[in-house]
Design a protein around this ligand. Structure first.
Ligand code: UT7
Length: 323
C-alpha cells in the first residue's frame, strides 16, 4: 500500500514585526485586550511588493532543502491560499520555475481559507496514494495584511503574513494516516471578504475587499466543530486521545486552541503554539507551526501528530500524521 510521508518541512516569515503596541497607534485597542482575547503578541507583515508567491518560494525551498530532494523530481505543487498573487495563473504556476520544479508537473492553488493547508494536504495525499504523483510540495502561504481594513480593530489585530511547506513522498511506511475535509456554506457571511471578480464591484454597495468577521459567532462554531473533527479523526483510526504526541492546530486564537486541547484531554505542553508570535496566518499557520516544532526538536520522527483547522466557508478539517 502506497502512503505519503513528510520528508521535509520549511517556513518563512517576512522581516517586519508588528507588535500590539504598534497597533495601539492605529486603532482603539490595547496590548492587554489583544493578549487576553487572542494570545497574540506580534505578527509579521510582508514588505511592499512582497507577494504570497514570494513567501511561498522561501518556505518551499527550505522544505526541499530539508528533504534533500532534487526539485526536478517533484511531480506536484499545491498551494493553500486565499491571497493569491493573481486571479490567474495560480500562485503555484507562478512560482513553479522559481522552485526548480520541472515543467509538466501538476500545479494548482486550493482556496479553503484557514483550512487551506489541510485541504491541500488531503488532495496531495490522495494523488500520492493513487499513484498520480510520487512527490508533492504542499504549501500554505498568505499575505492577509493586504486584505485587512486597518481601521477595523475587530479584524486588523488578528492576522499576519507568512508561509509554511511540507514535501510529501510516496512510501511503504506510515506517514499521512488519514485526512478529514468538510465544509458548510450556510454561514458564509460570518467570515468573508465580500468582493470578487465575478460578483463585480457595482453589486457590493460599498463593501470593500477586506476581511469582515462576526468574531464571537465564528468563535462558538469553531470550538464546537473542532471538537467534533478531532473525535472523528481518532474514531476513524481506532485511536485514543492518549495516542497523540503533538497537536498542531490552526493558530487563530489561544482560547479556541485551549478549548480543543481540553476536549482532547491533551495538556497545552503537547500543543504547538505559535499564535503569540505569528498571529493568524490563515492557511500558512499549520505548516509554520509544524516546521517550528520540527526545527526546534520538539517533534521527532515516529511522533503521532494531529493537525486541525477551521476557517471561512465554513471549512474545517484534520490530518493524522505519523511524522
Ligand atoms: O481563523 C479563522 C477562524 N477565525 C476564528 O476562529 C476567530 C474567532 N473569533 C475570535 O477569535 C474572537 O471572537 C475574537 C478575538 C475575534 C474576539 O473576541 P471575543 O471575546 O469574541 O470579543 P467580542 O467580539 O465579543 O468583543 C468583545 C468586546 C466588544 O466591545 P463591547 O461590545 O463589549 O463593548 C468589542 O467591540 O471587545 C471589543 N473589541 C475590542 N476591544 C479592543 C473588539 N475588538 C477589539 C480590539 N481591541 N481589537
Amino acid at each position: 500500500m502506497i502512503r505519503s510521508r513528510i520528508v521535509g518541512t520549511g517556513s518563512y516569515l517576512p522581516e517586519r514585526v508588528m507588535t500590539n503596541a504598534d497597533l495601539e497607534k492605529l486603532v482603539d485597542t490595547s496590548d492587554t485586550w489583544i493578549r487576553e482575547r487572542t494570545g497574540i503578541r506580534e505578527r509579521r507583515i510582508a514588505a511592499p511588493g512582497q507577494t504570497t508567491g514570494d513567501l511561498a518560494v522561501e518556505a518551499g525551498l527550505r522544505a526541499i532543502e530539508a528533504a534533500g530532494v532534487d526539485p526536478q523530481e517533484i511531480d506536484m505543487l499545491i498551494i493553500g491560499t486565499s491571497t493569491p498573487d493573481a486571479v490567474f495563473p495560480s500562485t503555484a504556476c507562478l512560482i513553479q520555475q522559481r522552485l526548480g520544479i520541472r515543467p509538466g508537473a501538476i500545479a494548482m492553488d486550493v482556496a479553503a481559507a484557514c483550512t487551506g493547508f489541510i485541504y491541500a494536504l488531503g488532495v496531495a495525499d490522495r494523488f500520492i496514494r493513487t499513484g498520480g504523483a510520487r512527490r508533492a510540495l504542499v504549501i500554505g502561504a498568505e499575505t492577509f495584511s493586504r486584505i485587512l481594513n486597518w481601521e477595523d480593530r475587530t479584524t486588523c489585530v488578528l492576522f499576519g503574513d507568512g508561509a509554511g511547506a511540507v514535501l510529501l513522498e510516496a512510501s511503504d511506511s506510515e506517514g499521512v494516516i488519514s485526512t478529514h475535509l468538510h465544509s458548510d456554506g450556510i454561514n458564509a457571511d460570518l467570515l468573508h471578504v465580500p468582493w470578487g471578480v465575478s460578483q463585480g464591484y457595482d453589486q457590493l454597495q460599498g463593501a470593500a475587499g477586506t476581511v469582515h468577521m462576526r468574531g464571537n459567532e465564528v468563535f462558538k462554531v469553531a470550538v464546537r466543530t473542532l471538537g467534533r473533527v478531532v473525535d472523528e479523526t481518532l474514531e476513524a483510526n481506532g485511536l485514543s486521545r492518549a495516542d497523540i504526541d503533538w497537536v498542531v492546530p490552526h493558530q487563530a486564537n489561544i482560547r479556541i486552541i485551549s478549548a480543543t486541547a481540553r476536549s482532547l484531554d491533551v495538556p497545552l505542553e503537547r500543543v504547538v503554539l505559535t499564535v503569540d508570535k505569528h498571529g493568524n496566518t490563515s492557511a500558512a499557520s499549520i505548516p509554520l507551526a509544524l516546521d517550528t516544532a520540527v526545527r526546534d526538536g520538539r517533534i521527532q520522527r515516529g511522533n503521532l501528530l494531529l493537525l486541525e483547522a477551521f476557517g471561512a466557508g465554513f471549512t474545517w478539517g484534520s490530518a493524522l500524521v505519523r511524522y
